[in-house]
Design a protein around this ligand. Structure first.
Ligand code: NAD
Ligand code: MG
Length: 386
């Protein structure tokens, strides 16, 4: 083993981001090593990953893990069971970088612990910044810990920002593919099925974020994520539909220059950039083919088709508990949609109504955020109607 290898805790290693991250680590020629892997279910896949990567620890966060046969784990890999193990492991010496790739608010506590332990966090879990953005960025500042974006748009902005000073930024422009329903007649949206919503035209991702892309809630969450990650005002963030997903986002500077980051849609590139930062290394991500003609299109999003965007702006302006309420209500609503209990077109109105009804707190503690998250999820049950 290369003793200079950066040791990575891949939290959520069985997910779409986690699997891509392990491909990046495998192809790194020993620069990167997976020292911790974690999964909530799919334990057989976790064992296979452990056989291939020989981590020091695997964490199975769901207690059902106690009934699984773990005899396939390689010698030298220790099994830890339960969500608490995630929070504890990130402070160990065997971890240099925590790749936060757990989906939803389940990823909050381990990201928090990683920052408190002064670890660099490569952040895919956008829900963490949406729910607790100001607290997370304050914590990172206090402990001198780095948060490096893995979300492709935020990685693009992070890279483009290196062309100027933050004070010289006019606006950040987030690109959105528009998802599978960009051109569907509005009246047909109500009857959209789960399998149609899970057919993303460009990206192959986990189910929650795929539905979020179809409603554009993903972009709403990314507006909030960008607001806290880069410390800009909500009104300095624009969204543009770019169906090819080659320009991953742009920064417009005060002189009118616009700097973009481009590459084929492949999450292995932003993951690799974050894990190797500040270096760039050769990698396995797809490359643009300059010998072929290709076109890039941009168009403004239709607010009637994508009402979620408005919610994103409102929460980015309001701060406080609003992001946590939106994120939790949406997570529960998407769960209900995937379970066949809510229509596609009810996801955003349900979030709107729960956001409007909530007891706003401008300066919540972490416990208050956890409590309001629970409340917002329960409120979704009033919407379940099919
Ligand atoms: P996924 O559903 O494919 O994987 C989720 C991972 O989290 C799995 O390993 C699962 O075992 C684990 N997990 C689920 N529930 C858990 C719980 N309660 N406790 C602990 N672990 C749990 O999701 P994904 O698409 O890989 O997305 C992961 C995160 O990255 C999300 O926050 C998503 O918004 C963000 N993200 C994903 C992409 C993408 O291309 N997939 C792009 C940008 C950002
Ligand atoms: Mg994104």
């Amino acid at each position: 083993m290369n003793s200079l290898a950066k040791q990575i805790a891949v939290l959520g290693s069985t997910g779409s981001i986690g699997v891509s991250a392990l491909e990046v680590i495998k192809a790194s020629g020993g620069r990167l090593r997976a020292s911790v892997l974690s999964a909530h279910s799919r334990f057989a896949q976790l064992v296979e990953q452990a056989q291939a990567h020989r981590p020091q620890y695997v964490i199975a966060s769901d207690k059902a893990a106690t009934r699984f046969d773990w005899s396939g784990l390689p010698a030298g890999t220790e099994l830890l069971v339960g969500a608490e193990a995630l929070d504890e492991i990130v402070s160990r010496d065997c971890v240099d970088i925590v790749l936060a790739a757990i989906v939803g608010s389940a990823g909050l506590q381990s990201t928090w612990s990683a920052l408190e332990s002064k670890k660099t966090v490569a952040l895919a879990n956008k829900e963490t910044l949406v729910s607790a953005g100001p607290m997370m960025t304050r914590l990172a500042h206090k402990f001198g810990a780095l948060i490096l974006p893995v979300d492709s748009e935020h990685s693009a902005i992070f890279q483009a920002l290196q062309a100027g000073q933050l004070a010289e930024v006019q606006r950040l422009v987030l690109t959105a593919s528009g998802g599978p329903f960009r051109n569907l007649p509005l009246e047909e949206l109500k009857t959209v099925t789960v399998s149609e919503a899970l057919e993303h035209p460009i990206w192959n991702m986990g189910p929650k974020i795929t539905v979020d892309s179809a409603t554009m809630m993903n972009k709403a969450l990314e507006i909030i994520e960008a607001r806290w990650l880069f410390g800009v005002e909500a009104d300095q963030i624009s969204v543009v539909i770019h169906p090819q997903s080659i320009v991953h986002s742009l920064v417009e500077f005060i002189d009118g220059s616009v700097v973009a980051q481009m590459s084929p849609p492949d999450m292995r590139l932003p993951i690799q950039y974050a894990l190797n930062y500040p270096d760039r290394t050769p990698g396995i991500a797809k490359r643009l083919d300059w010998s072929q003609a290709f076109a890039l299109e941009f168009e403004p999003p239709d607010p009637e088709r994508f009402p979620a965007l408005q919610l994103g702006y409102e929460c980015a302006r309001a701060g406080g508990t609003s992001g946590a309420v939106l994120s939790a209500a949406n997570e529960a609503a998407v769960g209900a949609f995937l379970g066949g209990e809510l229509h596609f077109t009810e996801i955003v109105p349900a979030c709107r109504s729960i956001l409007d009804a909530h007891n706003f707190n401008a300066n919540p503690t972490l416990n208050q955020l956890v409590e309001i998250d629970r409340w917002a999820r329960e409120e979704i049950s009033n919407w379940v109607c099919i």
